[in-house]
Design a protein around this ligand. Structure first.
Ligand SMILES: C[S@@+](CC[C@H](N)C(=O)[O-])C[C@H]1O[C@@H](n2cnc3c(N)ncnc32)[C@H](O)[C@@H]1O
Length: 434
């Protein structure tokens, strides 16, 4: 097992064949030792965070690009350059192990080529870096369409800081199960195990703890007994804003893998019925697993949120969470492949899907009921503009102010990546006229 060769294969699957990192990585890392697994992750996440820059260096050093079956060696070279630029692995080891990767990929003959490109990079890196820093897409390592959209939404300076945040590693946030502990008593249990953590800055984020350092979930006290779950701090605001009450009939319309479904149930055990719906049958397995681990109950339905009449004949809901399918541009720190898998044209399609889901769900909300719209996007088209248009076309909808309004938005709350070290997220709370 040569970890560099495995990384090149994963990257080839993601960048060339459009697989997500969470699909490709587990398959290829399954037989590795924990140390090699960690290195493979560092290499894959790292290369995807810096892809256009590494691509540019590689292209500048080669006469013609590697294509077809040899394309995997292009990624092997990127893995090599990544180590030289961004890791503390000594240059001789980085080059040596990467060159051995060519042998592991059954192309002994390409060893010389890989070696030559990496050694040329070491000689020419200063001039190449200077050139790369002159282009926004290479400086910020985001595709041109996303650079443009972020600059037009936030201005050049703010967009630059968002993109730099997107290239950082996200911290590990925990959600303490309110049915077992309050956040401070669970924090004390972590301290006993030498696991440092801090509370969220936002006082309404009552169950959230941010770990000083990521750890294996099985090191967390009571993880298997459901005392705690892993969930970003921004995502945890959903249950607080939804604020389900005793006796409520609640719908989580785009529920998988179920993080927000179970949080609402932990927070309000007297919910009359929780209905969790998702269009992806496979992802619903995760909802059921989460419910089981946490010993909670919900009605799990495989269905399309834009056609609720097909799967719901019951009474209308008191509260609806619409955690809509979106560009996921707020969680690029956690999923560096998103920016390469998404296309500019996807945004228009997503906006139209979100609109049809919102319209259909509104019909299933009781008079006086609450609908919380959420996305993990930072693009106004999917957020403020979407909700503004909804309010303009629904006279019976009123915006309920969230406890904190951000100056950057006019409608809902837009969290940007790294606000209190959390993910980028959007919330807007709507109430139906009585
Ligand atoms: C942002 S994720 C939801 C995350 C989830 N709420 C949580 O907190 O764990 C969006 C979900 O919407 C689902 N989805 C996409 N299109 C849908 C549709 N038309 N109807 C219902 N679910 C849909 C996807 O399968 C995905 O699981």
């Amino acid at each position: 097992m040569n970890v560099r060769a495995l990384a090149a294969q994963v990257l080839n699957l993601v960048v060339e064949q459009g697989q997500s990192l969470s699909q490709a990585l587990p398959v290829l890392q399954k037989d590795l030792t924990p140390k090699d697994k960690a290195l493979l992750q560092v290499l894959c996440y790292g290369v995807l965070r810096t892809l256009p820059r590494l691509d540019f260096f590689c292209r500048s050093l080669m006469q013609k690009p590697l294509k077809g079956k040899q394309r995997v060696f292009h990624f092997l070279i990127l893995v090599g350059i990544y180590q030289l630029l961004y890791t503390r692995i000594p240059s001789h080891a980085a080059v040596g192990e990467t060159v051995n990767g060519a042998k592991a990929l059954n192309k002994q003959a390409l060893k010389g080529m890989v070696n030559g490109v990496l050694r040329n990079f070491l000689r020419e890196q200063e001039a190449l870096i200077e050139k790369a820093d002159q282009q926004d897409t290479l400086l910020y390592c985001h595709p041109g369409w996303l650079v443009k959209r972020l600059q037009s939404a936030y201005g050049k300076e703010k967009a630059a800081s968002i993109m730099l945040e997107n290239n950082q590693q996200a911290p590990m946030w925990l959600r303490v199960n309110a049915l077992h502990h309050d956040v401070k008593s669970y924090q004390a249990l972590l301290t006993e195990k030498d696991l440092g953590s801090r509370l969220a800055l936002d006082s309404e984020n009552k169950n959230a703890l941010c770990l000083d350092k990521a750890t294996d979930v099985y090191q967390l006290p009571g993880f298997e007994d459901g005392w705690v779950s892993v969930q970003d701090g921004a995502a945890q605001l959903a249950a607080h804003y939804l604020d389900a009450q005793p006796g409520d009939l609640v719908l989580d319309a785009c529920a998988a893998p179920g993080g927000k479904t179970v949080h609402s149930l932990e927070r309000q055990p007297k919910i009359a019925q929780m209905v969790a719906v998702d269009a992806d049958d496979k992802r619903l397995v995760r909802v059921r697993e989460n419910l089981e681990r946490l010993n909670l109950t919900a009605t799990v339905i495989h269905g399309d949120a834009s056609t609720p009449d097909v799967w719901w004949k019951g009474e209308k809901f008191d509260r609806i969470l619409c955690d809509a399918p979106c560009s996921a541009t707020g969680v690029i720190r956690r999923h560096p492949d998103i920016r390469w898998l998404r296309r500019d044209s996807d945004i228009k399609e997503l906006v139209s899907l979100q609109k049809s889901i919102l319209n259909a769900l509104w019909d299933k909300l009781k008079a006086g009921g609450i609908l919380l719209y959420a996305t993990c996007s930072i693009l106004p088209d999917e957020n403020d503009l979407q909700i503004k248009a909804f309010l303009e076309t629904h006279a019976d909808a009123k915006l309920v102010p969230l406890s904190k309004q951000y100056a950057s938005t006019t409608v809902g709350r837009q969290l940007l990546p790294n606000d209190d070290t959390m993910d980028g997220f959007y919330y807007a709370k709507l109430q139906k006229a009585d």
